[in-house]
Design a protein around this ligand. Structure first.
Ligand SMILES: CC(C)(COP(=O)(O)OP(=O)(O)OC[C@H]1O[C@@H](n2cnc3c(N)ncnc32)[C@H](O)[C@@H]1OP(=O)(O)O)[C@@H](O)C(=O)NCCC(=O)NCCS
Length: 266
């Protein structure tokens, strides 16, 4: 894969076929007008509505509602089920998975959000983790790296020209987070007990892992360029898969102008 491939997000209002050698990543804009948020709210389950009500700031609540509704609509498209009928189960550290028959062809997913954007990664039968981060000025970036990153990562970051240090820092951050999300353990995994390539590159590798040494071969990692100063990463079980980058259109003002993919599920 070349870096030009990973920059190509194709707007889509249909769900492409998903094969077992593909990984689909959807970019979901989260800022929608109030009328749109109100119709999307109707897709949420009662526990999701309760969670939405707990947000202090209306903007965060709206983004959560939009993200959850799109998660249901898109996963409904992949599984052939109604969005509101989808049921989730949660791993010991909170990783959501679809409740589905076991066996081949099971849809797996992972979600990440940062500010006004969410990413949804979807595969068949492969564990997956995704992350996205908007850059912010990191006055204490070097302290954070020293405290949380593995020695092999700090060494790579320190070898970068000063102007590229923050790029490297956020590349490292998103890749590490996508890895702990793929494993489903979140921060139960000590962040300095595994190391990932930090350079901007398409040949990203897990360099070593004390959590499970076989993780070097078990997972493959790709960087994602979501927007300027907004990197992401996806970590997927196994090799030999290809990445398809898709995006939902920006939200219209009026519910009457919602794309078919959303209209159909309302
Ligand atoms: C969930 C977790 C893994 C990521 O949280 P986060 O960065 O706040 O949020 P993200 O947007 O990346 O992901 C959130 C989504 O991941 C999913 N998720 C929740 N728990 C998860 C887990 N254990 N594993 C994988 N995915 C998980 C959910 O879909 C969640 O969406 P929701 O909040 O709408 O329900 C969190 O437990 C965590 O460990 N955060 C680490 C933050 C950090 O300091 N990272 C440093 C990296 S160097």
């Amino acid at each position: 894969m070349t870096s030009s491939d990973v920059r190509r997000w194709r707007q889509s209002v249909t769900i492409p076929d998903l094969t077992d050698d593909a990984v689909h990543v959807w970019l979901i804009p989260l800022d929608a007008s109030q009328p749109i948020v109100d119709v999307l709210r109707s897709r949420l389950s009662s526990d999701e509505l309760e969670r939405a009500e707990r947000f202090v700031f209306p903007r965060h609540r709206s983004r959560f509602i939009v993200g959850r509704a799109c998660l249901r609509v898109l996963l409904g498209g992949y599984t052939g089920e109604s969005p509101e009928d989808l049921q989730f189960q949660y791993g010991p550290h909170g990783k959501p998975e679809l409740i589905a028959e076991s066996g081949e062809g099971r849809v797996r997913f992972n979600l990440a959000h940062s500010k006004n954007t969410a990413l949804l990664a979807v595969t068949l039968d492969r564990a997956i983790g995704i992350d996205i981060e908007h850059w912010r000025a990191m006055h204490d970036g070097r302290d954070i790296a020293t405290r949380f990153f593995a020695p092999a990562e700090i060494e790579q970051l320190n070898a970068l020209p000063a102007a590229q240090w923050e790029d490297g820092f956020f590349a490292c951050w998103t890749r590490k987070e996508a890895y702990i999300k793929a494993r489903g353990e979140g921060l139960a995994i000590p962040l300095n007990e595994f190391a990932i390539t930090t350079q901007p590159d398409n040949q990203i590798a897990i360099l070593q892992s004390q959590i499970d040494p076989s993780d070097r071969e078990r997972w493959s990692v790709r960087e994602l360029h979501v927007a300027p100063k907004c990197p992401g990463a996806v970590v997927v079980e196994g090799t030999g898969w290809s990445l398809r980058l898709l995006r939902l259109p920006d939200w219209p003002e009026r519910t009457a102008d919602l794309p078919q993919i959303i209209q159909r599920s309302l």
